[in-house]
Write a protein that binds this ligand. Structure first.
Ligand SMILES: NC(=O)c1ccc[n+]([C@@H]2O[C@H](COP(=O)([O-])OP(=O)(O)OC[C@H]3O[C@@H](n4cnc5c(N)ncnc54)[C@H](O)[C@@H]3O)[C@@H](O)[C@H]2O)c1
Length: 256
């Protein structure tokens, strides 16, 4: 598909990086940026102000070619299926799909309309390998280590704060384990993927270790990037722009 109009939901770290990239292009334009905190938020980039709307119904009604969601899992859960009725959708808050009803609604809406839901690799690497090897993989364990406050825990929290299924991890840390959701969706699902969340009071990094094994394969991937202060590490805005470039088909040599 040739994309001409894009809507961005969320004007935070990821939304701003996506906006900046599209503004540098001549073939595609931003139609709106949905940000309920409004135009006058202190520190808001003036370039984005003219594009800001605050009503999800207006955003859906604009029927752009592509929507980039970088807001919250609740927003993706409630609006995702309705967006997919008219637009392709890339969802960064993919822990929303840990609710089986939401995952089904997203799949059904895309199938009914002939649209696509894009799952960005976000803060981690290797979703392609998980999807390709799915039938041969027996075990996937993803371990995330962050400071307590970036997990919504106390500053002095230390050690394992969660161990269990990725479905349960997403319910407990919806804003912090989107990468676990992405790994589960790409690979062996929310119930078979195991999640471990570790608090380290001394770290300024966000570290993710993915251990994959099966009878015929095995790999370990560790990704670490510095925290930008909120829920997102320094690598993710770059990764988000890379995913957008691949969706738009802008790269002369395409990774497949
Ligand atoms: N998949 C990944 O690897 C990955 C990595 C980092 C962050 N994330 C997720 O991506 C999302 C965006 O991350 P970020 O760092 O840019 O967050 P951020 O906190 O910097 O920005 C979030 C933005 O969403 C807006 N927002 C909040 N509620 C909204 C609503 N109901 N409707 C529209 N906009 C709303 C806020 O005003 C803000 O502009 C978060 O859900 C985060 O958890 C995913």
């Amino acid at each position: 598909m040739t994309y001409k109009t894009v809507g961005i939901i969320g004007a935070g770290v990821i939304g701003q990086a996506l906006f900046d990239h599209i503004q540098s292009l001549s073939t595609v334009r931003v139609d709106y940026v949905l940000a309920p905190s409004g135009r006058n938020k202190p520190g808001r980039d003036p370039a984005i102000t003219d594009f800001i709307i605050d009503d999800i119904e207006e955003a859906i009604a604009r029927k752009v070619d592509l929507v980039l969601e970088a807001a919250t899992p609740d927003l993706l859960a409630s609006a995702g299926p309705r967006i997919l009725a008219h637009s392709d959708l890339c969802g960064f808050s993919c822990s929303a799909l840990s609710d089986a009803g939401v995952e089904r609604a997203i799949q059904d809406a895309a199938a009914a309309a002939g649209t696509r839901f894009f799952l960005p690799h976000g803060a981690v690497l290797g979703l392609d390998g998980l999807a390709d090897g799915r039938d041969q993989i027996d075990e996937v364990v993803i371990t995330t280590t962050k400071s307590g406050p970036s997990l919504g825990e106390a500053a002095d929290a230390r050690g394992i704060v969660f161990e269990g299924s990725t479905r349960d991890a997403c319910a407990r840390f919806p804003r912090n384990v989107n990468v676990h959701a992405a790994v589960a969706l790409a690979g062996i699902g929310f119930d078979r993927t195991r999640s471990v969340v570790v608090a380290d009071p001394h770290t300024k990094a966000m570290k993710h270790h993915i251990a994959v094994s099966g009878q015929t394969l095995q790999w370990d991937i560790t990704v670490s990037s510095m925290s930008l202060g909120g829920v997102t590490g320094a690598y993710t805005p770059k990764s988000a722009v890379g995913s957008l470039q691949r969706i738009l088909g802008q790269t002369a040599i395409a990774n497949v």
